[in-house]
Ligand binder design. Sequence first.
Ligand SMILES: [Fe+2]
Ligand SMILES: [Fe+2]
Length: 286
Amino acid sequence: MATIATAADAPLKDMDEWDDFLTGRYKAGKTEEEFRQYDEQATPGGAGIYRQNHKYQTFDYEKAKQKEYFGLNKGEKSIWEAAEFLNTLVDDSDPDTDLTQIEHLLQTSEAIRKDGHPRWFVLTGFIHDLGKVLCLWGEPQWGVVGDTFPVGCAYSDQIVFPEYFKANPDYNNPLYQTKYGIYEPNCGLDKVHMSFGHDGYIGEVMKNYLPEESLYMLRYHSFYAAHRHGAYRHLMSNHDVEMFEWVNKFNPYDLYSKGHTKPDLKQLKPYYDDLFAEFFPAKIAW
Ligand SMILES: [Fe+2]
Ligand SMILES: [Fe+2]
């Protein structure tokens, strides 16, 4: 089994710590003011990953990573193979209590299924974090998880820990620090470069297979500044705003579906075999 990023600057003992940070931050019923207070008292791991993420996610970094990964040249895998591959990413310090990656995916998708949503929505729940396989290809945690945000224009103060952007080289590039930066007003998010991470990557992997609503959920599920705090409307088209209703619909399942009972993979497998066969060929490019 592989452990996650052992590099000296890796701030998290595992990636679930970031998910736990988000769950704490967006605990149901919290006010905006309480979000801020939570950020200030955040766990060192939560703050640490943002410090690096905000420092290193430049416009040029995003462009280079997009070039490296969006050609989908990492080989072919079935959905189960990708999920099992992701599952090799474990927290060695506490292997018994943490949910595996597959269990997080199943808890998300099963909560969606229980609420009677369409099958593509259930499927979206299962695949939404498969992009974290980027970690297994050597990408650092700060380049895989963490809130995403547009690069190439001014940072919103609605992004968690905005003060950390002062360490980003783009912060001193006047071209990138106006409200619109390199973009046109309401140009639409498909023209906007987002910081690189597991969201954009999985959206790219799935773009030929799933409906647009699903692709929005995948691509923007970590874009908290927009979907939770309403930032960046000046870059979004009317169509984006409509589609973000789906992103909002998805978010509670991602944040709050962590239950105490582990999903029974063996019992659930036939349902998911059918679901995958409905949308995908046997293997897809990653
Ligand atoms: Fe995610
Ligand atoms: Fe997730």
